[in-house]
Design a protein around this ligand. Structure first.
Ligand code: FDP
Length: 343
């Protein structure tokens, strides 16, 4: 029997969807559409490599020499190089920044410079690779603010409320690309048979009834009083709410994706790991800001514990932050506990 997917009348590929979104903006030149399409292509390449994890030519320390005498690359470096190489020559970007690199990634000499800025975490949750758990790629696109020449650090250090597009690709039991360009959140699933991302989750909204809370309880000893009390409240140990179930992968994309689809809250609070200062683990620019835009476009909210993540103006590329993200009421409740017990 013929493959039924092929004959459905409402098949929407990611290309068709982003072109349709482009029509909403008559001033659009198609450049953003092309960047997104290149990122989707990068995702296909990355997943083709990650599904081979465990095979000797892919996995292993960077310093290892494989049997052909070539240096091996770790998967996060493969992902990083894939995104850079697919985007550095297109004339669409002014500059890039990657969680894998300390400094900016300028457009190489000889290639044209464009008007957008791309920040990405090429393989988030990479400590899970060896255990076959969900991992992902997070991306953030801004318009450059410098007027000409190579893109600058200032172009990359913009608050999340200036994001033009935010999205992620998740490499789990299926591969999905989820993105927003400011008019809702849309999810596409890769059909491996035809190699296309197809629209499967249009207009995603975080469900009103929260299902899970998600946090690394192993860090409890480092938490502030407010975070402990908030967690007890989620567990039904404080106040009169029914307890939420716990889920935690330890892979931000996976934990966020579940929160988006099931409802609830994910948090990685700023804590006292370093006894000299309260500090977060997750990166503001590569992780927290893009996911926060997605959360807010899906009817949710994200906070650093004190205020909206999207309003934080980064001062450095690899700045870290506390993050509470998901159901609006649950995130606001975290702010309330922190305000009451920690300030
Ligand atoms: P990883 O260290 O595996 O790269 O920001 C990185 C991140 O994973 C997130 O994806 C994840 O949410 C978090 O760190 C997990 O941290 P813990 O192991 O401390 O829970």
């Amino acid at each position: 029997m013929a493959n039924s997917t092929v004959y459905q009348s409402n098949i929407i590929t990611i290309e068709r969807h982003i072109l349709a979104e482009q029509q909403i903006h008559p001033e659009a030149t198609g450049v953003l559409t092309s960047i997104l399409y290149d990122l989707a292509l990068a995702g296909k390449f990355i997943v083709s490599q990650t599904t081979r994890a465990g095979l000797s030519e892919i996995l292993g320390a960077t310093e290892d020499i494989n049997i052909q005498g070539e240096t091996q690359m770790k998967l996060d470096q493969v992902a990083d190089q894939t995104i850079i190489r697919l985007n550095d020559h297109t004339g669409r970007l002014a500059v890039m920044a990657s969680e894998e690199h300390e400094h900016l990634l300028p457009i190489p000499n000889g290639f044209p410079v464009g008007k957008y800025v791309l920040l990405f975490d090429p393989l988030d949750g990479s400590s899970n690779i060896d255990y076959n758990a969900t991992i992902g790629t997070i991306f953030a696109i801004y318009r450059r603010i410098s007027s000409e020449g190579p893109g600058t650090l200032e172009d990359c250090l913009q608050p999340g409320n200036q994001l033009v597009v935010a999205g992620y690709m998740i490499y789990g039991s299926s591969t999905m690309l989820v993105y927003t360009s400011g008019s809702g959140v849309h999810g596409f699933t890769l059909d491996p048979m035809i190699g296309e991302f197809l629209l499967t989750h249009p207009n995603l909204h975080i469900p009103a009834k929260p299902k899970y809370y998600s946090v690394n309880h192993g860090n409890e000893v480092y938490w502030s009083q407010g975070v402990k009390k908030y967690t007890h409240w989620l567990q039904g140990l404080e106040g009169d709410r029914k307890p939420l179930s716990l889920r935690y992968i330890g892979s931000l994309v996976g934990d966020f994706h579940r929160t988006l689809l099931s409802g609830g809250v994910f948090y990685y609070p700023a804590d006292w790991h370093d006894p000299s200062k309260l500090s977060g683990k997750l990166r503001l620019t590569y992780e927290a800001a893009p996911l926060s835009l997605i959360a807010s476009q899906a009817g949710g909210y994200a906070s650093d514990g004190e205020g909206d993540i999207l309003n934080i103006h980064p001062i450095s590329l690899h700045q870290r932050t506390g993050l509470y993200i998901g159901d609006r009421h649950l995130v606001e409740k975290a702010e309330e506990f922190i305000q009451r017990y920690d300030s």
